[in-house]
Design a protein around this ligand. Structure first.
Ligand SMILES: [Zn+2]
Length: 71
């Protein structure tokens, strides 16, 4: 087990640990937002919280509107 596909290096703000339970072994998936910004989708395997964070954000989770482009 040496090649788990987790992003390496510094993590985007807000994705270091689960905001619900503090779990740090999160599933992180790089995505693009409708407005073209890069974001990371975070899913917690412990409490099943999911959140989106912009790579250039301040650690505040994105709203559903920002993620879907409908907000
Ligand atoms: Zn959690």
């Amino acid at each position: 087990m040496g090649s788990i596909s987790q992003p390496q290096g510094p993590l985007p703000p807000g994705t270091e640990a689960c905001q619900g339970c503090g779990e740090v072994r999160l599933t992180r998936i790089r995505m693009s937002l409708p407005d073209g910004r890069a974001a990371t989708f975070v899913s917690c395997p412990a409490c099943e919280i999911t959140n989106w964070f912009a790579l250039d954000g301040d650690g505040t989770p994105l709203t559903r509107g920002e993620v879907t482009g409908t907000g």
